[in-house]
Design a protein around this ligand. Sequence first.
Ligand code: GLN
Length: 533
Amino acid sequence: MTKYIFITGGVVSSLGKGIIGASLGKLLRARGFSVAIQKFDPYINVDPGSMCPFQHGEVFITDDGAETDLDLGHYERFVDANFSSLNSVTSGKIYQAVINKERNGEYFGGTVQVIPHITNEIKSRIIQTQKFYKPDFQIIEIGGTVGDIEGLPFIESIRQFKSEIGIGNAINIHCTLLPYLSTSGELKTKPSQHSVNTLRSYGIQPEILVCRTAKPIPKIEKEKLALFCSIAKEAVIECKDMKSIYEVPLALEEQNFANVVLKLLQTPEKEADLESWKALVNRINHPDKTVKIAIAGKFTKLSDAYISIVEAIKHAGYEQSAKTEIKWINSDECTDKTRCAELLNDVQGLIVPGGFGIKNVDGMINVITYARENNLPFLGICLGMQCAITEFARNVLKMKDANSTEFNNHTPYPVIDLLLEDKELKGYGGPMRCGAYDCKLKKGTKVQEAYGINKISERHKHRYEVNPEFVEDLQKAGMVFSGESNDGMFKEIMELPQLNWFVGCQFHPEFKSRPERPHPLFRELISSALKQK
Ligand code: GLN
């Protein structure tokens, strides 16, 4: 029978509940249990697909093409699983479903209300996910902070769910922050006490308290928290700031976190096998070289906008015992070629990430020219690959004003164009190609060697494609298409084999990188960059 673990947060937002949930998932997996993690986001958007990455960070794509919260990325990376649209629920999705049912007359003329209709819909999402994965443990993280108006229907739903499922089958973990007052040298517990009180006023008594803190929590403060919050002493868990997020599971394991969870959920304790994870953390903490990689994109002011790319770079570094430094370059600054060369002068590798809209694209093209002309290891992702092809058409094939029709509908050389409208791809939410697609790799190419297999599946999110009309010209000038869709219609990967590592992919490889299993395209970028010095 599945046991349920609900995670809420209090005191401040951005507490890192996602990392705490993912870490617990890791600790349970390390004990041989199966785990599914679900995120409930109280905002009204149906999904974060069209939310600005500046505000909300990266949109994480699942195999089945769901556009989800970036926490899903942490879940997949820590638990090493592939989740789906079931794992990401928003108020928008819930209300949309209820309103659709109301319009279809499914409530037989009844008054449709938050309780029970919205709360029932929320509970049904918990059950649907349980039925699909049949996990030993289902971890459900409620986004936002306890006390927020918009989170209330979710809180009420888990209160009902917990009492319906009975003792020992569901618990609540509440995460808070202990602020540190440097003048008195004290960690303060009062905000956490108030936050637990708020949760109690909604009918939920948490069984575990996880406290984020910059300093170790003195025993006396832990006891105070236990007493005032009605929580067992061993269930007050310290979560100190760590250098790497991948250290968090080990720090929690030291405090017996997962065993406390098992005990509360009436499940016999098991020993965790964390050997390879410990080896990973050891590599993270003891790199023997450094490499600097530039990311030249649109949203470089908020690193969360590219969090999976940042993690994928790190994973590739860990494997090669290299510390990876990231230089953020706002491609807007690169419209001037001299400035562009100055900015790229001290890096050993370059990533041009995905994006939508014309803003900053000219700068992206310039950084790519620099990489091609100076043999700087390069990985272009989605828009990054489209820009690499545009750059090559303009500067090598001398196709003046070559462009993507996303940016210029009247270009004489539409090297990147819309192909999907005619093809009527069904089931992928309109003309956007979103989710996992198979790709055949061409034998003997650098990319095929990097993967070491002939068939791959990668996640996409885009509308535009390489225009088949230009493929022959591009190939004649030296570009190799190392990957294509099964029917050959879509060119998915390009490379310039005469350069050390110059690769573009139409998909997002960063979504499938794992801390212990870096993605081949990132691994090769970092290994070429390391040779670059
Ligand atoms: N804007 C481009 C397209 O829609 C690229 C999208 C992306 O980089 N994810 O095809």
